[in-house]
Every structure is written in structure tokens, then in C-alpha cells.
Design a protein. Structure first.
Length: 272
């Protein structure tokens, strides 16, 4: 399977090589986390277009081709990209219209920390920044190992429910990188047994699993304190509801993933 994947990857990028010499491919990133990765490995010269990064990285001088959920296909075509990066949940529906423009599409969808590091490596190789990517990955691994030692020796695990949307009630399952972030921060996700990355669940499930902490990973909806039946949840009784959290840092599987884990540790284990 690995050989087949490598072969497909080679065939995918083959057209950007000319007479044995490589050129920098023209890249459009429809994913803010991928844009962050490209900048983190000094590959911004390859970028010709991006979606709105919503504040990070700052001072980006690139053509905006729309938003994460609504890219402008005409603008994408006008930039003559070699490759467009998308993510594999909401944006997979954009694959066919972009490919109909004669543009290659690459899906980046990490499911855990190791997957994020693999994505950094893959992107680095595609844009000719493989060495920079390796240096970044080595640095992130070292920080992650330090965090794991801290969590293993000094932190008492807690259970948590992470809410991405109230209506419908969307949370995090086993195949989301967020599940991995919670685990690395010494937190047990109460819905880690659900296979899907972002399942829709019932309020009754949250109530029955009684999390120690509730993480509000969105800005809309009613307060858990005001919801019928939630008053007996441990997190609600103890006031352990995390609302003031940097959502860009939490929700992006990119080069700041270690900062996201540290943020969770500070927010949830501040009493230890």
C-alpha cells in the first residue's frame, strides 16, 4: 500500500518537473492550517492564492480566492495553479469542480498528531522545502516528548466533551486530530469511541457520560448552564466550562499544534 501511495504521489507531481530540473509549483491553499504550514517552512513563494486566514498568519500578501466554505472557482482558475490543497471533510465537495478546471487537487486530512507531522513532510516535499519541513518536525517532536513526560508524571487525567456546534450537536470522534490533541493534553474525550471524525450526537449522550470539563469550540448557541438536563453534569456543577479559548489555535492541524496542546493543558489542568 505504501509503494502504491508513493507511486501515485510521484505521478501527481511529475508534470511540475521539466528536463530533470524542478520548478516551484504554483500552489493555492484552501485550508488555513496548510497555509500556516507553508509559511512555517518558508515556502510562501509557492503560494499564489489562499482563503481568508482569519488573522493568522498576519500580513500575508496573497490573492484571496474566497473563504474556507466558499472558494471562488473563477478566481482559482485565473491564477493558473499547478496544485490546489483542500481538506477532506467539508472541502472534498470542491474536488470535482476544481479538477474540471484542469487543476490537480491534493487532500490533506490528518487524523492525529503523527498525521499532522506527515502532512508537514508531504507539503514540504511538494513545494521543494523538504529539509525545512524535517527541521520543523524534529522540533515539534522534541516539544511533544516533553509534554508527554509532563502529562505522564504530573497530570491527573480528566474527561471532556468538546462542542463544535450546538444545533446540530457536533463533537469530536476518534478520527479527528482533535481527539489526539485531547489525549496528548491528558484529557479523555468522552466520544473517542465514535469512529467518525465529527459526529452528530444527542444531548442525552453528553449527560450520561458526565464529563469533568466542557470545551466550547464555537461562539454561538446557549450556555450549557442554561440547558435543560445539563445541570447534573459534573462540568456544569463545578463550573468547568472552557469558553475563552483561541479557536484558531485549537482547530487547525498545523505547525502550532504543540501550542494548542499547551493551551488545553493550561485551560483544563490549571489546578494541578
Amino acid at each position: 500500500m505504501g509503494i502504491l501511495k508513493n507511486l501515485l504521489f510521484f505521478l501527481l507531481i511529475l508534470p511540475i518537473y521539466i528536463s530533470g530540473e524542478s520548478k516551484i509549483p504554483r500552489i493555492i491553499s484552501l485550508v488555513p492550517s496548510i497555509t500556516e504550514i507553508i509559511y512555517a517552512i518558508d515556502g510562501e513563494n509557492a503560494l499564489v492564492g489562499i482563503v481568508d486566514t482569519e488573522g493568522y498568519p498576519t500580513d500575508i500578501d496573497k490573492t484571496i480566492v474566497g473563504r474556507f466554505s466558499s472558494p471562488n472557482f473563477e478566481r482559482i482558475y485565473s491564477l493558473s495553479p499547478d496544485i490546489v490543497f483542500i481538506e477532506g471533510v467539508e472541502q472534498e465537495r470542491f474536488r470535482r469542480p476544481i479538477e474540471s478546471l484542469g487543476v490537480k487537487v491534493i487532500t490533506i486530512q490528518p487524523e492525529d498528531i503523527e498525521g499532522i507531522f506527515a502532512a508537514i513532510s508531504e507539503i514540504g516535499n511538494i513545494i521543494g522545502k523538504g529539509e525545512k519541513a524535517s527541521i520543523l518536525i524534529d522540533s515539534l517532536w522534541k516539544e511533544l516528548e516533553e509534554i508527554r513526560r509532563l502529562v505522564d508524571t504530573k497530570i491527573e487525567r480528566k474527561t471532556a466533551f468538546i462542542e463544535l456546534s450546538q444545533n446540530p450537536l457536533v463533537t469530536v470522534g476518534r478520527k479527528s486530530f482533535l481527539n489526539s490533541l485531547l489525549e496528548e493534553a491528558g484529557i479523555t474525550n468522552i466520544t473517542s469511541d465514535i469512529e467518525y471524525a465529527y459526529p452528530v450526537i444527542s444531548q442525552e449522550l453528553v449527560i450520561s457520560r458526565n464529563p469533568d470539563v466542557i470545551i466550547m469550540a464555537h461562539k454561538e448557541g446557549t450556555d450549557p448552564l442554561e440547558r435543560i438536563g445539563w445541570s447534573n453534569i459534573e462540568a456544569v456543577k463545578d463550573g468547568n466550562i472552557i469558553r475563552d479559548i483561541d479557536l484558531n489555535l485549537l482547530l487547525r492541524p498545523g505547525p502550532r499544534v504543540i501550542d494548542g496542546i499547551k493551551m488545553l493543558i493550561t485551560a483544563i489542568h490549571n489546578d494541578q
